[in-house]
Design a protein around this ligand. Structure first.
Ligand code: XIL
Length: 313
């Protein structure tokens, strides 16, 4: 079967995976990742983040990100760039620096403009995880120093650096109706009314088995109604270990539901797995006791979820 079949037949939809350079020591992993019958799109899980790309002020390192781009180009896969501005995986000089409003905005603009210019023609998560779950702005170094000014500054710098890049704001827990989704709607509405460039809302899709929110479809519709596209950018569906046959069947249904929902919403342009195999999933590290979140198991064998994805196309 071909996971990426719909993406091939309907050029508006892509199906992809995150990947991280150290994983490529595993040749079978790379073979499955590079097969465009499986994936038509890649996202670097780490190698375009701030700590990797600008470890010292004004000193840029494109090595890891270039390698992901080269792999995608060799395979004939499109790329999502991830990310320009996020509170995590920052170098110390940013996370622990002392800034004025103007100096930090300058740093944000220079960072975004440099990486978006270097990796042109991509879809970009320009802003990652700006919100708390209650819909207030996350108190990051960026917010604490500039208020919300860093958001339009980053987006405008990205647009100027590459007019063809698709510029996204990306966050988790946007699948359910509630204060966080409302905050995203309010932010994008305000940005658009001020003429700030924003092309998409990224719905990460870090979900828990049996708990795909019913509101996913109406949320995606509410987002696209703002005049932006949406994508499921980091899909994985975790469970409390150990995995059982029943949980894996539920997971198959959940993958089916999420991808069918994207397919059914015009303006939902694609789905990206946050890596495709339990072998390299971030879930067990981030959520102790949980895992088995991906459609391939830790031995790179397909799970029931693989067929849920296949059926959804
Ligand atoms: C994760 C990576 O997968 C891990 O390898 C890393 O240690 C931490 O970050 N939301 C995001 C991603 O936007 O960048 C995160 O990726 C997962 C949560």
């Amino acid at each position: 079967g071909q996971l990426n079949r719909a993406a091939k037949e309907d050029k508006k939809l892509y199906f992809g995976s995150a990947t991280d350079n150290p994983e490529w020591n595993d040749t079978e992993y790379v073979r499955i990742l590079s097969n465009t019958a499986n994936f038509g799109q890649l996202t670097p899980a780490n190698s375009m983040k701030w700590d990797a790309t600008e470890p010292e002020p004004g000193v840029f390192n494109f090595t890891g990100g270039d390698q992901v781009v080269q792999l995608a180009e060799r395979n004939g896969q499109i790329m999502r760039g991830h990310n320009c501005v996020w509170y995590n995986q920052l170098p110390d000089w940013v996370s622990s620096g002392t800034f004025t409003n103007a100096s930090l905005l300058n740093i944000v603009e220079n960072h975004c403009s440099t990486i978006v210019n270097h990796w042109r023609g991509k879809i970009w998560d320009v802003i990652n995880e700006p919100f708390n779950d209650d819909g207030t702005f996350r108190e990051t170094i960026f917010f604490n120093v500039t208020g919300t000014a860093y958001i339009p500054a980053a987006l405008r710098a990205a647009r100027a650096a590459d007019p063809h890049a698709k510029l996204y704001i990306n966050d988790y827990n946007l699948e359910e109706a509630g204060p966080k989704a409302t905050a995203m709607i309010n932010l994008v509405t305000a940005l658009k009314s001020q003429g700030v460039p924003v092309d998409g809302i990224g719905v990460q899709g870090h979900l828990f088995v049996g708990e795909v929110p019913d509101s996913l479809e109406s949320n995606l519709q509410a987002f696209t109604a703002l005049g932006v596209e949406v994508a499921i950018t980091e899909l994985d569906i975790r469970m409390t270990l150990p995995a059982t046959e029943a949980l894996l069947e539920q997971q198959k249904q959940d993958y089916f539901n999420v991808i069918s929902t994207c397919k059914g919403v015009s303006g939902c342009v694609g789905v990206t797995l946050w890596d495709y195999t339990d072998k390299f999933s971030w879930v067990p590290g981030a959520f102790p006791g949980q895992g088995a979140a991906c459609p391939w198991d830790e031995n790179l064998n397909i799970k029931p979820a693989f067929f849920g994805i296949l059926d959804s196309w």
